[in-house]
Write a protein that binds this ligand. Structure first.
Ligand code: C2E
Ligand code: MG
Ligand code: MG
Ligand code: MG
Length: 291
């Protein structure tokens, strides 16, 4: 069929390939420029205890506000930053930014209400020999304790486990919390969980989606049970509606994250949310009022 399609199609195909390579080069150059011109910011998404309704902390999520293209989602620039290696300085910046924000909140709110700051790590960062030093320096500079920080590693990263298991043990031994992100989407099965130095399993949104309309999701139940039997906590990702909560609570899932509980927001909006949450918690109203 390709033969019949004629010369013109081949040329168009080549032209579009060329364009995509060119686009990658442009995007890469723009990424470098964006770092210099401070087009990046960090947004914060709340993580809520499904048991008490208390605010447990935030996940730091990188945002790129391009002056012409507008907001570019992480799904389109993180892979590029990973392949060019730019994720190393960029991820280091996110880490320092998130740690200093967490320290600001620590000073602003009562020390008894400790909030955990979660930061995503890419495999490229973990492969850097300086990673542990970089993390410890970010904590020290901000004045945070290791236990205030949680690092999230996607399940697919763990496929190169020989490379990174030592680093994970080192971070864990320092008291930094570790979470497996997007659990259920990679190769690491429930049975391999016990070999990993992790404190928390974040169950991927695709499994939490199944609970919409209060449908059961046996895999979610099994993951929570297995994680608990190994002394790990669980977070449900991508909770979008109230009808997903009863099943999650029945399964004993510890914490939740999702648009229904709160969208990623600016540091200012997150500060306001902490004020509101602390008031709500003291009024002891859970589940949250319908919105
Ligand atoms: P993630 O770490 O699994 O983060 C959760 C993603 O789910 C975020 O997408 C968040 O906005 C989105 N989300 C949260 N609640 C809901 C919901 O109820 N419904 C839906 N549909 N989505 C929800 P975001 O911010 O676009 O980030 C996408 C991914 O990019 C992240 O997935 C993470 O893997 C990566 N990423 C983001 N920031 C960083 C970073 O600073 N460093 C690295 N290495 N990766 C990052
Ligand atoms: Mg994450
Ligand atoms: Mg995730
Ligand atoms: Mg995800």
């Amino acid at each position: 069929a390709a033969k019949d399609a004629g010369k013109g199609v081949v040329q168009v195909y080549r032209a579009s390939m060329h364009e995509s390579v060119l686009q990658r080069l442009i995007m890469d150059a723009e990424l470098r420029l964006a770092i210099d011109e401070q087009q990046f910011s960090v947004h914060y998404q709340p993580i809520i205890s499904l048991i008490s309704g208390q605010l447990r902390g935030f996940e730091a999520l990188l945002r790129w506000q391009h002056p012409v293209r507008g907001d570019i989602p992480p799904s389109s620039f993180i892979p590029l930053a990973e392949s060019s290696g730019l994720i190393v300085p960029l991820g280091g910046w996110v880490l320092r930014e998130a740690c200093s924000q967490a320290a600001r909140w620590r000073r602003l709110f009562p020390p008894t209400r400790s909030l955990t700051m979660s930061v995503n790590l890419s495999v490229r960062q973990i492969q850097e020999p300086t990673l542990v030093a970089t993390v410890l320096e970010a904590l020290t500079d901000a004045g945070l304790e290791p236990g205030d920080l949680q690092l999230e590693i996607t399940e697919s990263t763990l496929d190169q486990r020989n490379l990174i298991l030592g680093v994970l043990h080192e971070l864990h031994d320092k008291g930094i919390k570790l979470a497996i992100d997007d659990f259920g989407t990679g190769y690491s099965s429930l049975s391999r969980l016990h070999t990993l130095p992790v404190d928390r399993v974040k169950i991927d949104r695709s499994f939490i989606e199944l609970l919409a309309g209060s449908n059961p999701a046996p895999l979610v139940a099994a993951t929570v049970a297995m994680a608990h039997s190994l002394g790990m906590q669980t977070t449900a990702e991508g909770i979008e509606s109230a009808d997903q909560l009863p099943m999650l609570r029945m399964y004993g899932c510890d914490d939740g994250q999702g648009y229904y509980l709160g969208r990623p927001m600016s540091a200012e909006a997150a500060t306001a949310l902490i004020h509101t949450q602390l008031r709500r918690e003291s009024a002891d109203s859970w589940p949250p009022a319908a919105r």
